[in-house]
Design a protein around this ligand. Structure first.
Ligand SMILES: NC(=O)c1ccc[n+]([C@@H]2O[C@H](COP(=O)([O-])OP(=O)(O)OC[C@H]3O[C@@H](n4cnc5c(N)ncnc54)[C@H](OP(=O)(O)O)[C@@H]3O)[C@@H](O)[C@H]2O)c1
Length: 320
């Protein structure tokens, strides 16, 4: 497994991470602690070090963090835990008074995540969504204080537009608070919009991109087919609208290209993302150990220059 630095920092993570929003998901093998442990064990065995979770994941909220903490018991030092705050926890972190970027709430949320994760430190603490009501510098300096106090090692952001990344970059520099080392955004072979402005902005401010929905909820794994019902127990089972609206022409062409290159669609989707400029780690979600192993292995495939041209012809980059 290739290891990479996030941003211009000493935080080193595997090129493929494990997205942990399935931990505790009803109806999947990851619903139980035993199933979650198997996922985590498969990830560590495959060289995956980055585990991405959020306070809000799971039912009830916080369940995914609890399961990740329990699954990592006795091997916490082998993992880089990335978690998030800033979405509505409906009081589970304590009252937020509608200001989830405030100095008061950021500290409350971090302490609650530390308890659920049963750990003394969070490796990467990410703002899940900007808080428009709180001055940015307050949120950034609250994160910096968490780092200084040893509760958090590094900080990052999610779901920012390019102008917000620039705002964050300039604010950390001019106010002399710690840098944001990463940004999470929706990015896959079916969703390339961030290549236009977000990625150049992230590069300018030395932030790595952590693409989420890298497999488009499973559409880029080859397990769904046009006009056919989703396999029982899969994420899109019962979500007929999403299946019907999927861009099947593109998916089928990408699958044919993968076959022509002697790999499967999952490998094409993950290997391509891992090779994109600024991408730090591809945080693919999974519900079984086999999926975890396949996704980790996919990081060893890299597209050639010819492959990139063929991919662009099917799934074009955004116009500049
Ligand atoms: N920052 C944000 O705002 C944000 C938003 C969304 C997600 N995220 C993060 O990004 C991570 C990834 O997103 P995601 O899990 O929602 O979507 P995803 O990675 O695009 O899709 C994951 C799903 O694809 C299927 N899958 C994965 N590997 C497979 C394989 N090798 N073969 C067959 N099927 C496979 C599994 O579906 P089945 O359930 O059918 O088995 C799995 O649940 C999340 O876990 C989370 O950590 C962040």
């Amino acid at each position: 497994m290739e290891l990479r630095h996030l941003g211009d920092s000493g935080l080193v993570v595997s090129a493929v991470g494990l997205g942990c929003n399935n931990l505790g998901r009803p109806g999947t093998a990851a619903e139980s602690l035993a199933g979650s442990r198997e996922l985590v064990s498969a990830a560590l065995a495959a060289g995956v070090t980055l585990f991405d979770v959020a306070d809000v994941y799971g039912a009830p909220r916080g369940r995914s963090e609890e399961l990740l903490g329990q699954a990592l018991a006795g091997r916490r030092d082998q993992a880089v835990i990335a978690t998030k705050f800033g979405l509505d926890m409906q009081g589970s972190n304590g009252p937020d008074f509608g200001a989830r970027g405030s100095r008061r709430y950021v500290r409350l949320a971090a302490e609650a995540s530390l308890r659920r994760l049963n750990t003394d430190w969070i490796d990467l603490y990410q703002l899940h969504r900007p808080d428009p009501g709180t001055p940015l510098v307050e949120t950034l300096s609250a994160l910096d204080d968490l780092v200084r106090d040893g509760l958090v090692r590094y900080a990052g952001v999610c779901n920012l537009a390019a102008w917000q990344i620039v705002d964050v970059g300039w604010t950390t520099r001019t106010e002399r608070v710690g840098p944001m080392v990463s940004t999470q955004n929706h990015y896959s072979l079916l969703e390339r919009a961030i290549e236009r402005e977000v990625i150049p902005a992230a590069q300018r401010f030395a932030m790595s991109v952590l693409p989420y929905f890298p497999l488009a909820n499973g559409l880029l794994t080859g397990k769904y087919a046009r006009g056919e019902a989703a396999p029982d127990g899969s994420r899109l089972a019962g979500r007929q609208r999403m299946l019907a609206d999927a861009p099947w022409d593109r998916i089928e062409k990408l699958a044919a290209l993968a076959e022509d290159r002697g790999v499967d669609l999952t490998t094409l989707a993950i290997g391509w993302l891992a090779s994109r400029p600024a991408v730090g780690s591809v945080i693919a979600g999974a519900t079984t150990p086999d999926q975890v192993s396949a996704n980790a292995k996919a990081a060893t495939w890299r597209p050639s220059a010819d492959d990139l041209v063929a991919i662009d012809a099917i799934s074009p980059p955004p116009r500049r």
